[in-house]
Design a protein around this ligand. Structure first.
Ligand SMILES: *Cc1c(COP(=O)(O)O)cnc(C)c1O
Length: 229
């Protein structure tokens, strides 16, 4: 077994354990293996070990990896999770199964325009700055609720939920995950199609157990699978 396969197996075990502790069905929590800065060959090993949801953070690196000899033609489900400049949206639109990091009406509008042009429907999440740190990307919670209507009716894209990157402190992270879960509930009360709003993308190597307790449906794990960056 490759070390990637071993790491994946350990992470999946820890996810099952966290689900058992939280009284949740492990089928409700999807693991996304985050491979930023790591070579395509390691992504290939993860895929061979049954990991088909892969997350990338940088547009250029993502495109290169997606086209690499090791990965070309494999049915990888690519998730884009990094900060996305509006002028880069066009490079991603036909290559991703979900964009986790839309953080303004303007970038949602661009994603919509490009998706329509490509004849696609693209799932996306809104990134929320739950910690309020100015260095972080994401809509402020108040901004989300006041601008939500601008996201609901865009063609070619489908809002599926919310994403956040939590603070390093675990207790603070828990509060931020709770805030994200409550914002999703609130958003559902405004949405024309609340049934589509099911996803909470939260939890990374250091805090995914807490995120699962607080309702995560998508967890993004890099270091625990691919090693330190
Ligand atoms: C890098 C990254 C991750 C993975 O973080 P680890 O601590 O390595 O598990 C998750 N989400 C986002 C948005 C990232 O940029």
């Amino acid at each position: 077994m490759s070390s990637i396969a071993e790491n994946l197996s350990a992470v999946r075990g820890a996810i099952r354990e966290a689900c058992a502790k939280a009284g949740r069905d492990p089928g409700e929590v999807r693991l996304i293996a985050v491979s930023k800065t790591k070579p395509a060959a390691l992504v290939g090993q993860a895929f061979e070990a049954g990991q088909s949801d892969i997350g990338e953070s940088y547009v250029q690196e993502f495109i290169e990896k997606q086209r690499s000899e090791e990965l070309t033609g494999l049915p990888v489900r690519w998730h884009f999770i990094g900060h996305l400049q509006t002028n880069k949206v066009k490079f991603l639109v036909d290559k991703v199964c979900m964009v986790h990091s839309i953080d303004s009406p303007r970038s949602a509008e661009e994603l919509s325009k490009r998706a329509v042009r490509a004849g696609l429907t693209v799932d996306y999440l809104l990134e929320i700055n739950t910690s309020g740190e100015t260095t972080k990307f994401g809509l402020a919670p108040g901004e989300l609720l006041s601008s939500a209507h601008r996201f609901f009716s865009l063609p070619g894209i489908r809002l599926r939920g919310l994403m956040t990157i939590a603070s390093p402190d675990r207790e603070q992270a828990r509060r931020e995950f709770r805030l994200l879960a409550s914002l999703l509930k609130e958003l559902r009360t405004q949405a024309p199609d609340p049934e589509a709003l099911t996803e909470l993308s939260m939890g990374m190597s250091q805090d995914f157990d807490i995120a699962i307790e607080e309702g995560a449906t998508l967890i993004r794990i890099g270091t625990a699978i691919f090693g330190a960056r």
